[in-house]
Structure formats: C-alpha cells, structure tokens
Design a protein. Structure first.
Length: 337
C-alpha cells in the first residue's frame, strides 16, 4: 500500500495573474506558500488489474472496472483522468480525501492532481522534477477536465515552500523567498485562518473573470495589473525580512480583487471582513477565487483572542496551520514492515 500526500496553499498576492489568458499577454506573478494541510491518496495494488476509486468527500465510488471502461465521476475524476493520461494500467484501489472540504479556496483540486501525478510516476518507477509534475497536472486540469483555473496552485504544491512564482508565455519561474526563521515565525503567528462554513466551485467565479479577460475589459485588466504590482511589492519586502507592509498589501489586494467579478464577495463576506478589521485584524482576504471557503486575516498576537472570539460568534471555525516547506511525497507502507 502507498500513501501520497500533497500540501494545500495560501496565496497572498497576485492571484488571477496566473491565468494563461492574462500572463501570456502581460506576464504575471504571485506570492504564496504551501501549508500543513493536505490532500491524501491511498493506493492499494490489486492482483486482478481492475480499478476502483473512493472519495468520501464527495460520497463517490467508481465501481470495479477495467482500464478501458474507467469513467470520470465527481470526486474521483481527477485521479481517474491522471491514471488514463499517464496510461497507468496496473490495477488498484484509490482512496481520495482532503483535510478540508472541496471548494474551500486552498487549492485542493490542484493539490490532488499534483498528488496523483506524483504518486503514479513514483509507482511507474520514474523520477520527475517538480516542474514536470506541475505542468502535467495543470495540463490535465485545464485541457482534459476543462477546469478554468490558473497555474499557480499546481506550482505551489509541486515545489512547496514560500515563493514568488513568475509566469510568462514561454516559461514559469519559481523564486524561493528566503526569510530569517524569526521573520517566518512571526508572520506565521500573525496569520489567522477561518472556515466560512460555505464552499463554492472556483469555476463559477473564474469563468466570469476569464470571459472579462478575453474581452479585454479595462476594469479587470487594470485590476490584474494592480495585484501583480502588489505581489512584487510584497516580494521586495519579504526578501528583506520586512513584514510591516504585509497586512496592507493583503488589504489592498482584497479591495482590488473584488473588482474581478461580482461573485468574488457578497454582503455576508463583506460584513465578516469588516468585523475582522474592527476586532483587531490589520488586513485580510478570501482565499482562492472567492465567494466562499476560507478567510485569512493578519492580526498581531495581542489581538488574536478578540478576533477569534468574534469570528466564532459569527459561526466561523478557526483552522490552525503552519507553513510547509516541502512538496508532494509518497510513502511506501511496505518499507515500514
């Protein structure tokens, strides 16, 4: 039996500029980190070369079948599409789950696609680098599953760590942001993550954004230019161990991001954000495409109890996390016996 894990992510600035429709014209960049929440893939080899897949998160079961009759079903479609694309014909049972609910805005779908690609290339005895894993998983999501996503999530979870990721028409570059341990620890302690209690499909939000980019809508194009500038501003500060402007960049990014689409926020989310600022937070943002999932606040230690109490009174759930420096991994349980 084999267990694959792949980290989820937090994106702090530049989200939206990782869409090919944008960065192939204007370039793009994001500042992001992998975190200590994961997608999990358990693979059990079968002797009869048949396949089945389980997803408790979606209450989905791909019934036992052969390779040629595998079907893409909600909950198991990412794993099965990777199996088919990589032509992995050795039978097995696939058990797929995540530390957070689907549609939580933490890059779960791309984390799972990276996890599946990494696990299957491991099972095939191949050694792919992080870039090939990221590009392959992105291709499967974008061109086979037709997910209207950007490229950042595949790169964040494939490489792991705290990075500036730069996109252009011809290449993608991952630049590690090397902060002192004390700076990284302070930043980690000042970031507070809450689950809103509602989820959404990122495609529901991103499809409108994508349409506006294709139509060269000046409002969204100029907004994307702005958030790209915020990512560069944040990178310049962090590489100098300066987190004084972190909250302000998050706040400016959130205000600008709401111009991407009317679906990024709503009255409930706006009120929660305002309550956060009034109860000690210096800045914040909805994670992922918006519309639901998680909200991230920057709040100094002395004011966090007040913030947590207020968010919990509104029905939100505090989600502890740490920065995570690694990408996907595969554990062979036979090695432990």
């Amino acid at each position: 039996m084999f267990v694959g894990i792949s980290p989820l992510r937090l994106s702090f600035a530049g989200g939206g500029t990782d869409m090919p429709e944008y960065y192939e014209k204007f370039n793009g960049c994001v500042v992001s980190s992998s975190i200590s929440l994961f997608t999990n893939l358990v693979f059990n080899p079968r002797v009869d070369n048949s396949f089945q897949a389980f997803s408790p998160d979606f209450e989905s079961h791909q019934k036992i079948t052969d390779f040629n009759n595998l079907q893409l079903m909600p909950g198991t479609e990412i794993a099965i599409s990777v199996v088919k694309y990589l032509n992995y014909r050795s039978g097995g049972d696939y058990f797929i789950c995540s530390d957070v609910k689907p549609g939580s805005g933490l890059g779960g779908s791309s984390s799972l696609s990276v996890n599946c690609v990494n696990t299957i290339q491991y099972l095939k005895g191949e050694k792919w680098d992080s870039k090939k894993i990221a590009e392959t998983s992105f291709y499967i999501e974008r061109n086979i599953l037709n997910h209207e996503i950007g490229k950042q999530d595949n790169y964040i979870t494939s490489f792991g760590g705290f990075n500036l990721i730069k996109f252009n028409k011809n290449s993608t570059e991952v630049v590690p942001i090397l902060m002192s341990k004390s700076t990284l620890d302070e930043l980690e302690h000042n970031l507070i993550l809450f689950f809103l209690g509602t989820t959404r499909k990122s495609s529901d939000v991103l499809s409108h954004q994508l349409k506006s980019i294709k139509e060269n809508d000046p409002t969204i194009i100029n907004s994307l230019h702005q958030v790209q500038d915020f990512a560069i501003e944040l990178y310049e500060s962090l590489k100098n161990n300066d987190i004084a402007s972190f909250a302000n960049v998050m706040h400016k990014g959130w205000i600008t991001k709401k111009k991407f689409s009317s679906q990024v926020s709503n009255d409930k989310i706006d009120k929660i954000y305002d309550y956060g600022i009034k109860n000690g937070a210096l800045g914040g943002k909805i994670t992922g495409a918006g519309g639901g999932g998680h909200i991230l606040f920057y709040c100094e230690k002395s004011k966090q109890t007040k913030l947590k109490n207020k968010m919990q009174s509104l029905g939100l759930i505090h989600i502890p996390f740490k920065f995570y420096a690694d990408g996907p991994k595969v554990l062979n349980l036979h090695d432990l016996s």
